[in-house]
Design a protein around this ligand. Structure first.
Ligand code: GLU
Length: 466
């Protein structure tokens, strides 16, 4: 089997965003589909803006999405000697030279070019000076003046660039730190990367990178540039469209499965199928099925997917993801089994874990508060005698499951000669405080005899004291 090597190289200057997560996911899926290694590389050469917290935040988000890496994390700042070695190769072969033009000189020439209507670019003042390294000198790549460079992109097809448009790029700054286009090429070469899959905001960097590969006499990797993600207004996804960080979605009560499923469909498709298990994604993912136009992220779709995954899970599987949301509401002292029972009744009614945790309230508190309007309407003096009967029947009940409850309630309505509809809402208000809840027998079973009887007694008291 051919050996695929991919990489995800975030700059640790913030959290992992939707766009980055999608890039990581596409690389991960492609690698798992083809068999190979997926590398995590931290591009921390922007020392001022890179932070350890961002590194941790990015890795936490990848772990949450289960985008496991096979190698790394590598840190570019630990690899400065590797870049020096490659810089030397370029100098020795005449493909790079030291430049001591000052920022003021560059600025002056840029202004002059613009005044004359020429495109500003570095004009090669130091190309022939044969300077060695020294203070305030940068290393520039000697780009060809003529000809074209062609990017053969798996997703976008062939794109041709005029070399005359490309500057003599700075590849090592005066502080010895390599610039992105150089470091990325050295890393991808030395790490054996076979496929570079990234956002198409990097398309214009690619011809520069291709020229560096060629100058080093190295084989090019395959390139695939994935179109941008847009918001519903068809402008590039940004804060204006709502949360952009992956972990904010976790906080909003989304399951990682839903986010992964949503992310993969931002650009990739397989017929008109919308829902994919992870193993199905691994099996079906190909770069050829990535579209050429920007994709649109909508909250509505993510909510729909999340509701689907919440519904599909076994209740036991939702207990630990839900616990932090319950803890935030100070609902802490219930067993896993109790929570699983309650979750089961809410799975078809919740779009997010936040919604579910809110809806759990009546299961979690010792005493429910009655919604005043609901209590006023349904906890009437006449219902008091019905509650008395229910309390006595339920107190005698041995097995407290949906079936036996249904039998008891059928008997009660028959004895009283009333319709079930007449007693359902009052009982619901007594048990939950409100008029909307999962099925009555389901909640009675979860709450258990002791709590149900206590709540009905409180309801009964209300009917007498109102
Ligand atoms: N650090 C770059 C970024 O975050 C990596 C781009 C690449 O994949 O080459 O955009």
């Amino acid at each position: 089997m051919e050996h695929i090597v991919t990489r995800f190289p975030p700059s640790p200057t913030g959290s992992l965003h939707i766009g980055g997560a999608r890039t990581a996911l596409f690389n991960w899926l492609f690698t798992r589909n083809r068999g190979g290694r997926f590398i995590l590389r931290i591009e921390d050469t922007d020392v001022e803006r890179s932070t350890d917290e961002s590194v941790k935040a990015i890795m936490d988000a990848m772990e949450w999405l289960e985008l496991t890496w096979d190698e790394g994390p590598y840190f570019q700042t630990n690899r400065l000697d590797v870049y020096s070695e490659y810089a030397k190769k370029l100098v020795d072969s005449g493909n790079a030279y030291w430049c001591q033009c000052t920022p003021e000189e560059l600025e002056m020439r840029r202004n002059a070019a613009m005044a004359e209507g020429r495109k500003p670019k570095y004009e090669g003042a130091c190309r022939t000076k044969a300077f060695g390294p020294g203070p305030n000198r940068v290393l520039r790549f000697r780009a060809p003046d003529t000809g074209t460079t062609v990017l053969r992109d798996i997703i976008k097809g062939a794109i041709e660039f005029d070399n005359s448009e490309l500057d003599d790029l700075v590849i090592v700054k005066s502080d010895g730190i390599p610039t992105y286009n150089f470091a990325v090429v050295v890393d991808d070469i030395t790490m054996g990367v076979t496929h570079v899959i990234r956002g198409d905001d990097h398309v214009n960097n690619t011809p520069r990178q291709i020229l560096i590969y060629q100058a080093l006499g190295e084989k090019l990797p395959e390139f695939g540039h994935v179109p941008m993600i847009h918001g519903e207004d068809r402008s590039p996804l940004s804060k204006r469209h709502g949360a952009t960080s992956v972990m904010e979605y976790k906080k909003m009560g989304f399951l990682p499965e839903a986010l992964v499923n949503c992310l993969v469909r931002l650009g990739w498709s397989y017929g008109d199928q919308e829902i994919f298990s992870r193993s199905e994604l691994i099996e079906k993912f190909t770069l050829e099925n990535i579209g050429k136009s920007p994709s649109i992220f909508t909250m509505e779709k993510l909510l729909w997917l999340n509701a689907h995954y919440i519904k599909e899970k076994r209740p036991e599987e939702l207990v630990s993801p839900l616990r932090p949301f319950l803890a935030l509401r100070n609902y802490t002292d219930k067993s896993d089994a109790y929570l699983a029972g309650a979750i089961r009744t809410l799975q078809t009614r919740s779009h997010t874990l936040v919604e579910m945790a809110d809806a759990m309230r009546f299961y979690m508190v010792d005493e429910v508060e009655f919604d005043p309007a609901a209590a006023d309407e349904f906890l009437t003096p006449e219902i008091g005698k019905v509650f008395e009967l229910i309390i006595s029947e339920l107190s005698n009940l041995e097995t407290f499951d949906e079936n036996s409850l249904e039998t008891v309630f059928r008997k009660i309505v028959a004895d009283l000669g009333i319709k079930f509809g007449k007693i359902a809402q009052p009982v619901r208000v007594a048990l939950t405080g409100a008029t909307k809840s999962p099925g009555l027998f389901e909640i009675i079973e979860v709450l258990g005899k002791k709590s149900v009887v206590e709540r009905l007694q409180k309801g009964l008291k209300y009917t007498r004291e109102r």
